[in-house]
Design a protein around this ligand. Structure first.
Ligand code: ITT
Length: 210
């Protein structure tokens, strides 16, 4: 999904996230056609409380909350892991599953505890993205990747649940596969492909977005 269009100045895109891992992946996937910044680059941006009960509700809260404060395109990402044997948990609560928001080691430890003795280890990552401009939602997009959970962590790349998740068709976790592989087939990659298609089709600000 590398962007071309180098003759054009890059299109500014503000990510409504404070998760630097997400930003890095999205920046790598988009390439040179977009000038990506995130909420960490804008200390004046508000903290957005994620009070929704679905990925879409939370993605909307984040995109609209930031878009009301800044011009141009704003893109949010609400994502998580759904485990079939746990009825879809941790789902929208993925980032605080272990009791401490953003503590990936605790989240993984709890997941392993909950999975003890369970034969069905199927799971998926899901990502919902909302694109907004001038405080209004323009469109939303989803992406998923199916896979299975390991019985112990493997690899030190990626973030979050990556050491426990093996995507279908592979034998290694997202954390041990090269970043280019994750960035080709992840839930985030699939949602982002749709965002880029949409921006191309609607010919944002009359420019070629890659
Ligand atoms: P922002 O809300 O600021 O974007 P966040 O990390 O809190 O950052 P979410 O509320 O969307 O984002 O929660 C996402 C959680 O889901 C994340 O903390 C991980 O636990 C998990 N997750 C999402 N995408 C993942 C990925 O690609 N690899 C591993 N875990 C992922």
């Amino acid at each position: 999904m590398q962007g071309g269009g180098l003759m054009q100045p890059p299109e500014p895109l503000v990510l409504a996230t404070r998760n630097a891992h997400k930003t890095r992946e999205i920046r790598d996937m988009l390439g040179a056609a977009f000038e990506v910044s995130d909420a960490n680059d804008h200390p004046d941006f508000p903290e957005i409380e994620e009070t929704g009960s679905t990925f879409l509700e939370n993605a909307r809260l984040k995109a609209l909350g930031i878009s009301r404060r800044t011009g141009g395109w704003v893109l949010s990402d609400d994502s998580g892991l759904e485990v079939d044997a746990l009825g879809g948990a941790p789902g929208v609560w993925s980032s605080s599953y272990g009791g401490v928001e953003g503590d990936h080691a605790r989240n993984n430890a709890r997941l392993l505890r909950e999975m003890v003795g369970r034969a069905d280890r199927s799971a998926r990552f899901r990502c919902t993205m909302v694109l907004a401009r001038d405080g209004v939602e323009t469109a939303n997009f989803t992406g998923t990747v199916e896979g299975r959970l390991l019985e112990e962590p493997e690899g030190d790349g990626g973030f979050g649940y990556d050491p426990l998740f093996v995507p279908d068709g592979y034998d290694s976790s997202f954390a041990s596969l090269p970043a280019e592989v994750k960035n080709r087939l992840s839930h985030r990659a699939r949602a982002l492909e749709r965002v880029v298609d949409y921006l191309r089709r609607t010919a944002v600000s009359g420019k070629d977005c890659g």
